[in-house]
Design a protein around this ligand. Sequence first.
Ligand code: FRU
Length: 501
Amino acid sequence: MTEQTVSLNLPEQLRLAEEANAELRRGRKDRWYPSFHIAAPAGWINDPNGLSFFRGRYQVYFQHNPASAQHHMMHWGHVSSEDLVTWRREPIALAPTLEADRDGVFSGSAVVGDDGLLYAFYTGHRWRNGVNEDEGNLQVQCLAVSEDGVTFEKRGVVVEGPEDLLHFRDPKVWRSGGTWWMVFGACSAENRGEVWLYRSENLLDWEFDRILFRDPDPEAFMLECPDMFPLGDKWVILYCPMGPSRDGFRARNTHNAGYVVGEWEPGGDFRQLTDYRLVDWGHQFYAPQTFEAPDGRRIAFGWMGSFEIPVATQAEDAWCGQLTVPRELTLDADLRLRNRPVAEVERLRADSRELGAFEVALNDDVVLLDDAAAYEIELEVDLARTTSERVALKLGLTPDGSHTMVAYDDLIGRVVVDRHAAAHGDRGYRGAPYPGGDRLALRVLVDRGSVEVFVNGGAESVTSFAFPAEGPRAAVLSSESGTIAVESLTVHRLRSAWAED
Ligand code: FRU
């Protein structure tokens, strides 16, 4: 380990960060601020970091700029929970203080060491020229250690890496076969996106093991936020390739997250068995990170946000970005990843109304809710008896007619989130391939500014921002040029996830 000169005092930098955040918080607007998703009190967030179960609580850290709703000078924000759905705000955990993390405490992960301490690995980020990426980045992997998960002590750089790599970041650590492993993303000298693997016996001294994975797509020049974990007897590498061109419904966002499945033994090569596939098909799903819950479930949070297209909340609302609900990942027999809300999410249900089985007549609208901001819809439809071109839910439908549509589209065989009629924010639509079968099952989680759609038990998902206009927000089920055979329909209002509300 290299000793680093501490240039700034961490508690003092955190105090300044909290002060700036409290000031920003005073101007926050809540029209789209999440009620049951993790977001910062104010300011910008991106990737989930340091996901872990420590001292009896789930710990979720995240990339955070406490001082404005723009991505700049990253810190680690922090929340914790006993049950994965009721969250307590914790003080900001990490701020730039070292020469090595001068321009940002970037993404990373956390594990509990044999000494019972929480080890947080993150990327220390510097711009070579001190102001922007034009002359490249200097990125190293750093360690910070905590006794309580709240207060950290920085231990400095643990992986220097080659001097000349432009991108070299996002360490994800786990233990297998008695050894600690760290993967992170790199842009090779030939401009190819790679996942590098290091190993350690003590979490402090790390040595290069191998380049574990190179994206076969030559357009991918960097793989952000790689995560590697077992599901059954297979290994999954989740990653976020930068560079691939738009391709139909795929790679539609400037930032997309996907995975490959393969085989791996500690000390060996990764043998890729599947092609790259998206985890989620929406506008806003990036940088997912996973951890193993005490009961063995593999749980992921993703980031809902956008780096390129401005987000409507950035202009006046003093916050930007939220995490997805926690999702359990499993692998189907055909090696496809399934992701669905963890069972605990059902505990948010405050008031449920079952509408049972019925038929939506030709070109008809059924009002499900007159005015609701945070709710869940469970809808099952018999497609064999349905002739409607779309099974359409108009969500956040306000008196001016603007809304976001979530629909099964029988013509294109997809489940879409369509924002062409949105009054605020980015428009456009996205769609997951319909997995097949006559029994369509949609589960839709709607928050003040977002929708998450799970198709047929999480076989596919679509996650996007959706910012409604002024006035009561209705939810309507619509048929188009045909009828809909609803098998079951339940609407749940969802309570807030914040302990202090
Ligand atoms: C991905 C990412 C990471 C980086 C972090 C910086 O969203 O670009 O690669 O560590 O965000 O905030």
